[in-house]
Design a protein around this ligand. Sequence first.
Ligand code: FAD
Length: 467
Amino acid sequence: MMTLTCQVLVVGAGLAGFTAAVRAAENGADVLLIDKSDGEFGGGNVLMASGSLRAGGKSPRTTPTELYDFVMSEGIGYPLLVKAWSETCGRAVDWLMNAGVGLEETAPGRIWLNQESEISLAPVYKKDVGTRAVAALKARLQRLGGRFINDTEGLSLISERGSVQGVIARQSSQPLEVRGRTTILCTGGFSANKGMLRKYVGPRADQCKLRGSPQDTGDGLRMALVMGAKAVNLQYFYGHLISRKALTDDRFWPYPRLDSFVNEGMLIDGEGHRFVDEGRGDVAVANELARSPDPTGATLIFDHDSWEASKNSPSSTSLMIPAPNPWLLDNSGELFWSNTIEGLSAAIGVNADNLAATLAQYNHAVESKDWSSSTVLRSGNPKLLRSPFYGLRVVPGITFTMGGVLINGRGEALDSAENPIRGLYAAGDAIGGLMGGYRGGYTGGLMQAVVSGILAGENAADYIKMV
Ligand SMILES: Cc1cc2nc3c(=O)[nH]c(=O)nc-3n(C[C@H](O)[C@H](O)[C@H](O)COP(=O)(O)OP(=O)(O)OC[C@H]3O[C@@H](n4cnc5c(N)ncnc54)[C@H](O)[C@@H]3O)c2cc1C
């Protein structure tokens, strides 16, 4: 078998992988970055990203204490990782700029990867934005003497003398040994692995739609688990409710965003009952539906005011994405409406008595502000639903999974006793410990990738100086 050697091996060339590789090379390491796709910039989610650099919905330059408190308030963050992430977000933005990645600040603290881009319907949302960022990092890596090889898939980790020493890989269907004194797993999450979705998210979560890269099949998580790694927060993903039937491409379509209908309406199951507090927000609601017995059987119920308002919804205008109204109708969205709740029940095929009772209970609770007699509470600012009524069949769309290999503040992969696995690091969507939770717990995929890539790259390069 052919063998390649390096000091720091990075597996997976997304934003986390390119960041880790560049940072390790800047710290003097001989770096090799491999990717299983045949793309010249890898094949990950970063190539589809719209480029919003938010840290828990805040500016990445927010004080570390505020970022830390925000993330920890979900109750499932791992303190050492969250602390390191909070303290590194600001530095990460400066580092990106110094590394040659174009950024723009559209309002104070509202930082984006350079937005010059063509908008497209599918398969990507904004062409070029993420691609341009990783192209800049790739150029920097090569200037620093680092190597990038595509079409090379990491299959399993090599473990010798109590330390991870690289991967057994496959290059253009030939076996290959890639030896590194440290290995950084940056293989993305497992959103494109139906078996893992069933195992970790919900027994029927494989019925959700994929809103991200087909390359993110959980390879790093699988390889690390074999080494005894601890994996956390695997049940959570970042994603949105999307229309169950719009466009014909079954694989990927990112919009329109339906957040306003979640905020202003109610979500019912196939029997006509509410089953989730819609006020938790679109990401949390999508997670709850994915875990339910029937992820494709839910319908968003809203009214004419919400439908009219969605013509100019703020997310559509600020993100320059099509508004639900009229996009859904123009693209075969399964939108039903009726002047009566009985008529709507018949159109969407749910039990009319159930839906009428659900609506009556909901409107009564909204009016009286008393949810004590309601089976499912409602937070936020729900409004009364009045005729004409609308029904839109929805399904969760999974952008990326939030859980993965637990790392500490140095990017080291931890074992079940939370001790570092020697020679093994992880970054980006392959990690767990930062995101997820009852309210969605989204801290930003790009900021997770850059920050954890910096931590892993710097510390992996330091590690080889010590051993
Ligand atoms: C449509 C869309 C819009 C988004 N918009 C935003 C946004 O505006 N802001 C934000 O913060 N986040 C956004 N995200 C999320 C963000 O893009 C991701 O969280 C981030 O890019 C993850 O980076 P990563 O490097 O960990 O993974 P990825 O970019 O997915 O890269 C993983 C890489 O690993 C490779 N790989 C996988 N397995 C192997 C293996 N066995 N061997 C070798 N290589 C392997 C893959 O080919 C891929 O190149 C968006 C995502 C999508 C899909």
